[in-house]
Design a protein around this ligand. Structure first.
Ligand SMILES: C[S@@+](CC[C@H](N)C(=O)[O-])C[C@H]1O[C@@H](n2cnc3c(N)ncnc32)[C@H](O)[C@@H]1O
Length: 309
């Protein structure tokens, strides 16, 4: 089978996410179906794989291409993963996987407006049916909102100046193109013209995260995923940049401590029974240099793994 997205950290993910026990497993980000394809071959008969994606193209692709082995059921859901609770029952799952961010298909398909290497209008919606695309988001944003997004999602220096320069370049009566953002970047950082592509990538990332509510999605979804796991069930999350990784780490940390009382309280008043997760790996797992050489998009991947107590 050929993928439109090469699955990242495949061996590591398969080793933790799946086990020999027949049961329910979930891929929250099916994308090109890379991880799901291998799961469908590896799961024991009697198992069910739930696959989620908010992108209609990914869902069509999965429906046509993914073929479960005998005795394994595949249920595909065109939903954002913040809505896992519509489908997954509490304490029903043996393993849940997140492979966050965008797929190679979304990046490479010029009509999707994710790429800054062609002069197509900024879109950046993972779900093509969502009402707000990147252009609308920019037209509706104040300078302060844009500046906060640039700082929060991409650690951009001089984010206020950059936000003002971006808003000065765009006009609601014409399309927003990468060249408008490029011009604003050159005005803000005149000495960094050699880094223009990496700066552009960071602006695109910051706007994409707002358009798709990415941090909200991660927080809401992970909180429910912890409830949806059976005791002993495993949660795997691959992130691709520090803001995404921080969201995974912070949300999981809510379930790593027994006591969640404020530190100033001398005696625990919360009951001390909040611990629902333990870490299965202390430091996140990274791709090998061979994997990065084969698939450069894996270079920033970090896999965190937790087990439900
Ligand atoms: C990195 S790709 C996953 C690739 C997949 N693991 C594979 O190997 O082919 C991420 C996918 O997650 C989807 N996605 C991102 N955020 C989502 C969300 N909040 N809800 C549902 N799908 C989401 C994107 O549309 C994209 O298809």
């Amino acid at each position: 089978m050929s993928f439109y997205h090469e699955p990242v950290l495949l061996g590591e993910v398969m080793g933790f996410w799946l086990n020999e026990i027949p049961g329910e497993y979930t891929d929250c980000t099916m994308g090109g179906g890379g991880h799901s394809h291998y799961a469908l071959q590896k799961l024991s008969p009697g198992s069910v794989l739930h696959g989620f994606d908010r992108d209609a193209q990914a869902i069509d692709y999965a429906r046509q291409r993914l073929k479960p082995a005998a005795g394994v059921d595949l249920h595909i859901h065109h939903l954002p993963f913040s809505e896992l609770s519509q489908v997954l029952k509490p304490q029903s799952q043996n393993g849940i996987l997140y492979d966050l961010g965008v797929s190679s298909r979304q990046l490479d398909d010029k009509s999707r407006g994710f790429s800054f290497s062609t002069e197509t209008p900024l879109d950046l919606r993972m779900d093509q049916n969502a009402s707000l695309d990147a252009q609308e988001w920019l037209f509706n944003s104040s300078s302060e909102e844009l500046s906060n997004a640039l700082y929060r999602n991409s650690d951009m220096r001089s984010s206020r100046r950059l936000a003002r320069n971006i808003l000065a370049e765009i006009d609601p009566n014409t399309e927003v193109l990468p060249e408008h953002i490029r011009r604003a970047l050159l005005k803000t950082y005149p000495r960094q013209s050699r880094d223009i592509n990496s700066l552009l990538a960071r602006v695109f990332q910051a706007v994409r995260m707002e358009v798709n509510g990415e941090i909200y999605e991660i927080e809401v979804s992970l909180r429910y995923a912890v409830q949806a796991l059976k005791p002993g069930g495993v949660l795997c999350a691959i992130s691709y940049h520090s803001v995404e990784d921080r969201a995974v780490k912070k949300t999981a940390a809510e379930f790593l401590q027994a006591c969640v009382c404020p530190p100033r309280l001398p005696i625990c008043q919360c009951g001390g029974s909040h611990r629902l997760l333990k870490k299965l790996v202390n430091k996140p797992l990274l791709p090998t240099s061979e994997e990065v050489a084969r698939n450069p998009r894996a270079r920033s991947a970090k896999l965190r793994v937790y087990q439900r107590l």
